[in-house]
Design a protein around this ligand. Sequence first.
Ligand code: PLP
Length: 505
Amino acid sequence: MLLEDIVKKILQARVYEAARETPISPTPSLSKRFSNQILIKREDLQPVFSFKIRGAYNKMAQLDEAQKAKGVIAASAGNHAQGLAMAARQMGVKAVIVMPRVTPEIKVQAVRGWGARVVLKGDAFGEALAHAKELIDEHGYTYIPPYDDNDVIAGQGTVGMEILRQHSGPLDAVFVPVGGGGLLAGVAAYIKYLRPETKVFGVEAEDSACLKAALEAGERVTLDQVGVFAEGVAVAQIGEAPFEILRHHVDGVITVNTDEMCAAVKDIFDDTRAVSETSGALSLAGLKKYIQQTQVRDQTLLCINSGANINFDRLQHVAERTELGEQREAILAVQIPERPGSFKQFCRVIGRRMVTEFNYRYADPDGAHIFVGVQVKPGGEDRAEVIRRLREADYPVEDLTDNELAKLHIRHLGGGRPRERFEEEVYRFEFPERPGALMNFLTHLPADWNISLFHYRNHGAAYGRVLVGLQMPNGDRAHAEKHFDRIGYRYWKETDNTAYRLFMA
Ligand SMILES: Cc1ncc(COP(=O)(O)O)c(C=O)c1O
């Protein structure tokens, strides 16, 4: 489709019978901190707390009376489900949403609250989608896709239309979160048609960067694994219709990690008092990275806060990771002499910095391994300075700031070293948060294996993080992973991880 045709579709899109025209918020403190004017388009203020109502409503508005009489269907555990449910209610059309059984109750309730019928089916999205197709064959429902459709793209594109109408001054770059690419495709099409000089960037989570992979390969590719921390954008393959637009009309893709997203959730809160979901804050994390990488000053940069559907108990985890995302905390393993006064000496070397964490336990008379968090200035230079000072003072130091095992588990476990020497293999797992997940794991392990360590912490996320130590007969070690492959949970071997070796082995 030509850019002009998409822009026409956007201009004709029907969204305002359900969606709001959302404001653009200034960010005084963030703008000052980064020496640029930073603006946030507030799609978190939609009645379903995400932009998804726009595409769903516009798609439904194109249906004929016979299709409407039969009803619509989607498979979704996320924001599309809520958008479609609301759109259907507004039009008086029956809606069926198939959700995986693991969908958090809060989302099931929200969809029911809009009057849609919820069918819980399967453990994963694929099974829910397959069931939706069966129901279509049976009842003649019309499937409403979440992103791979030009009417959906046009609906999402009204966000771009509002941005240019509301902000008539200079606009240097716009940052948009990417899942299947519907929002970015609509926004990029509109902005590039009217203001080609404005840069448009997609922002993806590092572990679900399907647009980046497609642009690099020159064609759509399917990622083997997809991280679910930002579940709104956890998509393995960029949509076909979005990609036709994106391959020609975006200026690039920026990827960010979990900690950077968490830091952006806090930034949005600090300036607007709005709580965003991780996918919603993704675009701001990308915007900040762009400033750091290009060192731009005095520009006007806008990001879209795309949603606010986050479970409250998950905020605890977000808050915990924020300091790391801002690179304001260094996590270090330091060996100090096991004798009176040596802690004090160590603190002197650290200087007038705040110690954010400190774990240690007596292990042997020769030395103590301490797990320490230190507040540092963002940017990495200050962290390097702390490490340099410690090494100059003859302390052996390991930098664990980017070590997932250290941040997720070891900080809560430091010193859990067995008294006698024994061999164990250590694995980190992502368990689905559902009843029976542990039992399923245990029943797949051979009966003669002994569990020597088990650490789990609930973050209110879709997955629980579990650290397991296993004692197994020597002959089993080489094949241990074939048992885990059968279970189907993601896992990482951690037996050789420095953090484990220093604090647990
Ligand atoms: C909050 C939020 N942001 C961004 C996206 C990504 O949108 P798209 O799939 O159109 O790229 C989604 C998708 O559901 C979302 O829920």
